[in-house]
Design a protein around this ligand. Structure first.
Ligand SMILES: COc1nc(N)nc2c1ncn2[C@H]1C[C@H](O)[C@@H](COP(=O)(O)OP(=O)(O)OP(=O)(O)O)O1
Length: 117
C-alpha cells in the first residue's frame, strides 16, 4: 500500500538558533522544516543531505531554539525536536491522518541508529 522512501532532513544549528526553511512546493508545502528531500539512487545519504541544504530552495530563517514555530511545522516535530537539540539518536514512527493529525506514534531514544524501533 505504501512505498518506503529514503529522505533526508537536515537542521543547521548555530549556538541557540536553528535554521528552518519554508517549504514552497510539494509535500509539506507551507510548513517550516529542516532541509531535505529524496535520496536519488545515484547518491549517498550524505550527498543528498548536502545537495538539499546547500541548494536552499526553501525560504530560510533563523529561529531561537526557545521559539521554534511548532504550530507551523509537522505535528511530529515537537515530539522529537527536544531529543534532536540534545544530540540524541532516536527512532520514530508516526501514523498520520491527513497532514495534521497523529493517530499513533512510537518514539525511542537509541544508542545506535542501526538498532530497530
Ligand atoms: C510527517 O513527518 C515529517 N516531519 C518532518 N519534520 N519532516 C518530514 C516529515 N515527513 C517528511 N518530511 C521531510 C523529509 C524531507 O526532507 C521532506 C520531503 O521531501 P520531498 O518528498 O518533498 O522531497 P523532494 O525530493 O524535494 O520532492 P520533490 O522534488 O518531488 O518535490 O519532508
Amino acid at each position: 500500500m505504501f512505498e518506503k522512501q529514503l529522505l533526508t532532513l537536515v537542521f543547521v544549528r548555530k549556538q541557540a538558533e536553528v535554521l528552518l526553511g519554508l517549504k514552497k512546493r510539494g509535500f509539506g508545502k507551507g510548513k517550516w522544516n529542516g532541509f531535505g528531500g529524496k535520496v536519488e539512487p545515484s547518491e549517498t545519504i550524505e550527498q543528498a543531505a548536502k545537495r538539499y541544504t546547500l541548494n536552499l530552495k526553501m525560504k530560510p530563517q533563523w529561529y531561537p531554539i526557545t521559539s521554534v514555530p511548532f504550530d507551523k511545522m509537522w505535528a511530529d516535530d515537537k515530539l522529537w525536536f527536544p531529543l534532536l537539540l540534545e544530540s540524541k539518536k532516536f527512532h520514530g514512527y508516526f501514523k498520520f491522518q491527513g497532514h495534521e493529525t497523529i493517530l499513533d506514534y512510537q518514539l525511542k531514544e537509541v544508542s545506535s541508529l542501526e538498532s530497530n524501533l
